[in-house]
Design a binder for this molecule. Sequence first.
Ligand code: NAD
Length: 382
Amino acid sequence: MLLGILKETAPGETRVPLLPESLKSLLAQGIAITVESGAGTAAGASDQAYADAGASVTADRAALLATADLLPMVNAPQAADQAQLKPGCVVIGFLRPLDAPRALAAAIARPATLFSMELVPRISRAQSMDALSSMATVAGYKAVIAAADRLPRLFPMLMTAAGTIPPARVFVIGAGVAGLQAIATARRLGAVVEAYDVRAAAGEQVRSLGAKFLDVDLGGISAEGGGGYAAELTEKALDRGRDLITRTAAHSDVIVTTAQVPGRPAPRLIRRAAIEAMRLGSVLVDLAAPAGGNCELTQPDVEQNIGGVILLAPLNLPAEVPVHSSQLYARNILNFLALIVKKGELTVDLADEVLAGACVAHNGTPVNPRVAKLLEAAAQSS
Ligand code: NAD
């Protein structure tokens, strides 16, 4: 069996799905590994390091696509690459099957078997494969670092002979994986932190990090969806959050916003008035930008200056920390591979709920029911 590691082609992508240190257990099973030249360079892994670890290195991407049985990737392959896949091969990565199911059509038709890291069920057994959490952790950290870098103020309180400087005030909206890491990072830098989430269960975690949890009375509505996620709220309930956010923005130097509802556009929580209430030089980082953004002024991937307030809407912060993002992702991928590679052989058993949940398509047939529905709807509308 041949495992291929391709160089990612998405603009700005720096991560690699497996690092040289990840290869040992795979090679020990008799799996051959070929790496496209330069695949790991941005993540600090040279071609030589892969070769030293026991992989072959090639500059021939087309030949690798045509011969690889197993392709762990970061992002979904482009359509042109999909058309060259070896029939029956297995592709694993952030394939965006819920946002862009049609973009996978060529791979499904080969047929290839596709597993999406976004769809790995969030059950205890699959925690070590939870790449969404790994990347959200990196994004939460990096969002605060980016804000601290842009803020014309210091984060920690300083008592100096020249006087006392008060700590920065950071407001985190959405206290899930990214939000909690943002809180922890801002606290480590010495900021005073407040946080808001619709899930009351997040309150205890926020307080345990030394931040203040802001509660909103939602008038008895349950904000808990399945699997620890939030449910989509009514406009009336969202308005209560929006009012709190506008009030809190007025005394915040930094806002990091991360609120998301799986499979839905991000809730619009931050009004223009909230930004206008912030002090000159304040910074807002909208981590929900890939899902449209939490702020009504957000333009994904565009940096804006709105009356002196900086609004950042990054789409891929994990790619700005390629070494550790790749390290975490590679571990998630290795743990996932352990479910489908036994003694060097591919064995896809869809009776396993983790595999069935994460499987976009197997041998040309859609598997995950949500994705199957979307693909069917897409086929009908074309
Ligand atoms: P997410 O990225 O979908 O959302 C981020 C946060 O936004 C969530 O905390 C959500 O409650 C919040 N949010 C949504 N709508 C909001 C609104 N209108 N106003 C304010 N906040 C809003 O979520 P996530 O970070 O991926 O994870 C959410 C939960 O899942 C957490 O409780 C986390 O601990 C849990 N989780 C469980 C596992 C597992 O394996 N069991 C793995 C990862 C995360």
